[in-house]
Ligand binder design. Structure first.
Ligand code: AMP
Length: 281
């Protein structure tokens, strides 16, 4: 496995790969890899001749006062894990390489980024779409893999790729969970042991929501209240949002029908956790 830090070297390397007619899969990450990331990489390995994973803690997607400085980083450990699942190249540029001093360009998706995480993190998605555009232009993959864990993110990226006619196929990979149901996240390391136990209310409330819907409940207000009540049982939890939205437009809905996304963001002192359920009603 190769580790490449410069954009120029990455481009040169891929020139040879493309000339040989090989398909390229990209898995963008911020590193501190876990089984969720590795599942994306395994999917890429199944579909593509060459798998590139980028590891870059992208400063432009962090707001003022967020955890950019504290975000866990360990390239050595990540390298071993990525190599273990067959990743061919790690692209790990420096911040200066991606955003030199005179950098001024941003990519922004409207509407889809206004609600959910965009409401409390107003500059977040602009940073995500900008860095993903740069990565797609540098690597020019045939396929790029994103997790359903960040449901709004993958929806925004699908929109961006379609709107900007970027020639890549986006693959959504289902949420990978710990054995007890907690959605895997690099930020789970911020949880204290007590918070880690309590954080199960996220996945449990979604399981209960699904059961309610299976029984015939269609009113989003009733489902939302049940979820809020369930999360309220965790005294350390601070709800950012519990949202029931159309799975495509991400607009709030009163009655469930078609593709529905139930999305949660909950804060535990240092960790802001996400979880969601995407279902066809
Ligand atoms: P991150 O390093 O957190 O930016 O995540 C990189 C990619 O991995 C994103 O596409 C995430 O949605 C995806 N991802 C992170 N956690 C999970 C998970 N538990 N299950 C599936 N995908 C995940």
């Amino acid at each position: 496995m190769k580790i490449i830090h410069s954009i120029e070297e990455m481009r040169l390397y891929l020139l040879g790969v493309k000339k040989a007619g090989k398909t390229v899969g990209l898995v963008p990450t911020m590193g501190y890899l876990h089984e969720g990331h590795l599942t994306l990489m395994k999917r890429a390995k199944e579909n593509c001749d060459l798998v590139v994973t980028s590891i870059f803690v992208n400063p432009t997607q962090f707001g003022v006062g967020e955890d950019y400085e504290q975000y866990p980083r360990d390239l050595k450990r990540d390298g071993a894990l990525a190599e273990g699942v067959g990743v061919d190249v790690i692209f790990a540029p420096s911040t200066d390489e991606m955003y030199p001093k005179d950098y001024h360009t941003f990519v922004q998706v409207q509407a889809l980024t206004a609600g959910l995480c965009g409401a409390s993190r107003p500059t977040h998605f602009r940073g995500v779409t900008t860095v993903v555009t740069k990565l797609l232009l540098i690597i020019q993959p045939d396929y790029a893999y994103f997790g359903q864990k960040d449901a709004q993110q993958v929806t925004v990226i699908e929109r961006m790729v379609e709107d900007l006619n970027i020639p890549v196929t986006i693959i959504r990979v289902p949420i990978v969970r710990e054995e007890d149901g907690l959605a895997m996240s690099s930020r789970n390391v911020y949880l204290t042991p007590e918070e880690r136990k309590e954080a199960l209310v996220l996945s449990h409330s979604l399981i209960e929501a699904e059961a309610l819907i299976k029984k015939g409940e269609r009113k989003s207000e009733i489902i939302r209240k049940m979820i809020e009540q369930k999360i309220g049982e965790s005294s350390r939890a601070q709800i950012d949002y519990v949202a029931i939205v159309d799975g495509k437009t991400l607009e709030r809905i009163d009655l469930l029908s078609g593709k529905v996304l139930i999305a949660l963001a909950v804060k535990y002192s240092k960790a802001r956790l996400l979880d969601n359920l995407l279902l066809e009603v």
